[in-house]
Design a protein around this ligand. Structure first.
Ligand SMILES: Cc1cc2nc3c(=O)[nH]c(=O)nc-3n(C[C@H](O)[C@H](O)[C@H](O)COP(=O)(O)OP(=O)(O)OC[C@H]3O[C@@H](n4cnc5c(N)ncnc54)[C@H](O)[C@@H]3O)c2cc1C
Ligand code: SF4
Length: 510
């Protein structure tokens, strides 16, 4: 029987389930760079280069193995323009007896696949994506009967299931979670490692030229592009992280520093989410570093929790709650996205730093995403859909299954607390404690009101006032609401007026 296997841009793993049982004598693979996927949000140029270059390198490696790959480059004359058109064309040409797919990372694409199953002609088999630790059904079973889901409990189940950092039934070191040790700011003079970047080869440079020519108006810059685009490079990046950054990952996981875009973070999510690395091999490499005394437990546990815990948890939640999940707006947030999310031009130093780093690298680390751009969007009441589009568009690792729960649930609390037990809302004091951004800012994090006041300060209290009915019953919000209750009505009115004047003065994005 001849089969046609469609591989998507985030399915670049040799072990992808769609390739199981592939018969090189009869079967063929279809890969297509298409405008509809490149522009449904106007992805950062580095994301487009990364995906197209990695697809081209992956197709070459498959061909080198003797597998038949039909490949559409974005610039090919007659490029079908969409996955749907590319697949229908290939089915017409080759008349396969079956079409084989691996489930996608996006609800929108799953719907397309379901439509193919009904309308394409040959039988369509959609296989589970076995690259994750938990199947979608495993998470659904775990979630059944729970009113809210908490990552920590899911994570413990995953530790037990995989045996990662376990001694029998007990966690190594006698604790499941070392997060309390992982909130240090960077001490003066702390050495940060030089990060491994990969100079683009001829094939990648070719893609860069095409992307600049066709998608030049998209966000971000291609200067200094250095993301891994092959499996070998991704493995090198993993080794580099384990040796040079992991030992300090825990201590300084939440720290931010001006001009230091990467601190001790892994920079692995873009390669991981495309399939160039597998989550299990990353976690085992980190675990080995602890066993061999090359990294402390707080770093290794903290790192493994991100992949075995958070990454699997947000995926499970996404598939359990979609499509309705994207439509909720629990805090009734409706303001437009301010223009500085695109330009980086603002007096708020922290926001300028993070947006400019994002344009430079298609990357910002977790605390920058959550506590600077995310925190601001939450406090300012920006419409979830606008914020989500921004996050899906600007990061090299952004795929909807992981971007949406992080933005909608974790950063914006738009799901009303399904993912997080309380909103991650913070005033300027938090950013001041965890970064050096406030030094040299036009505003002062110690000032609460007036022209020098850090806007995060009055926006924080304004957020609590605006959402009092929705949030004051949350036990984890009891402390700030007790403080708010002691505030004089005149002071509250002053905060609301100052916050609204500031928000109304922000130019909206075009
Ligand atoms: C608003 C917002 C949007 C986000 N959007 C994305 C996204 O589109 N794609 C994405 O992969 N991550 C997203 N994250 C999670 C996290 O910020 C990134 O995974 C991380 O910054 C990637 O950089 P790194 O590889 O250096 O990660 P590190 O900080 O070194 O962490 C190691 C790995 O853990 C995983 N991880 C860490 N935190 C999370 C998390 N909260 N959810 C899922 N996986 C996690 C990633 O695979 C990451 O590579 C988002 C977080 C927030 C707050
Ligand atoms: S003072 Fe406020 S706006 Fe300025 S960098 Fe600090 S937190 Fe950001």
């Amino acid at each position: 029987m001849s089969r046609l296997v469609l591989l998507l841009g985030d399915q670049l793993s040799r072990s992808i389930s769609a390739l199981e049982g592939f018969d090189p004598a009869r079967d063929r693979i279809l890969m297509a760079e298409v405008a509809s996927e490149a522009t449904y949000v106007r992805h950062h140029k580095q994301k487009l280069v990364m995906v197209f270059a990695a697809m081209r390198h992956f197709a070459e490696s498959l061909r080198a193995e003797g597998l038949a790959v039909e490949y559409w480059r974005i610039e090919d004359p007659g490029n079908p323009g969409s996955l749907d058109a590319a697949l229908r064309l290939a089915v017409d040409w080759h008349r396969p007896e079956a079409v084989i797919l691996t489930e996608p990372g996006e609800w929108r694409v799953l719907e397309m696949m379901r439509d193919w199953a009904e309308t394409l002609g040959p039988p369509v088999e959609i296989r589970p994506d076995t690259r994750f630790f938990a199947r979608i059904e495993d998470f659904a079973r775990w979630a059944e009967g729970r009113k809210t889901y908490r990552m920590e409990f899911f994570y413990r189940e995953m530790r037990r299931k995989t045996g990662l950092l376990m001694e029998g039934e007990q966690p190594v070191g006698g604790q499941w979670n070392f997060d309390a040790e992982n909130r240090k700011s960077l001490p003066a003079g702390h050495h940060l490692p030089e990060r491994l970047r990969f100079p683009p080869d001829a094939l990648t440079r070719e893609v860069m030229a095409v992307v600049e020519a066709r998608f030049g108006g998209h966000f971000g810059s291609l200067d200094g592009f250095g993301w891994p685009v092959t499996r070998d490079q991704a493995l090198e990046a993993l080794d580099h992280f384990i040796a040079d950054a992991l030992p300090w990952f825990g201590d300084y996981q939440d720290a931010m520093k001006r001009g230091e875009d990467f601190v001790h973070h892994a920079l692995l999510a873009p390669a991981l989410n495309m399939g160039l690395l597998l989550p299990e091999e990353i976690c085992r490499a980190a675990e080995r570093a602890w066993f061999e005394g090359r990294a402390p437990l707080n770093a290794v546990e903290g790192f493994i929790r991100q992949i075995l815990g958070w990454r699997e948890y947000v995926r499970g939640l996404y598939w359990l709650e979609m499509p309705g999940y994207a439509e909720t707006n629990a805090l009734a947030a409706h303001r437009p996205l301010p223009d500085f999310y695109w330009t980086g031009r603002t007096d708020l130093r922290c926001l300028a730093e993070v947006v400019q780093a994002t344009a430079r690298n298609a990357y910002a680390h977790h605390i920058q995403r959550l506590m600077v751009t995310g925190n601001f969007a939450l406090l300012a009441g920006i419409a979830p859909k606008a914020v989500e589009e921004w996050y899906l568009l600007v990061y090299a690792d952004a795929y909807e299954w992981v971007e949406l729960p992080n933005t909608h649930g974790m950063a914006l609390f738009a799901d009303g607390g399904l993912l997080a037990s309380k909103p991650y809302a913070a005033s300027g004091a938090y950013i001041d404690r965890m970064s050096d951004y406030c030094t040299g800012c036009h505003y002062d994090p110690g000032v609460k009101s007036g022209p020098k006041a850090c806007p995060f300060n009055y926006l924080y209290w304004n957020f609590l006032i605006a959402n009092e009915k929705r949030l004051s019953g949350n036990p984890r919000m009891a402390m700030p609401y007790r403080t708010l209750a002691k505030m004089a009505p005149a002071r509250k009115a002053e905060i609301v007026a100052e916050a609204n004047a500031f928000l109304d003065s922000l130019p909206a994005a075009q």
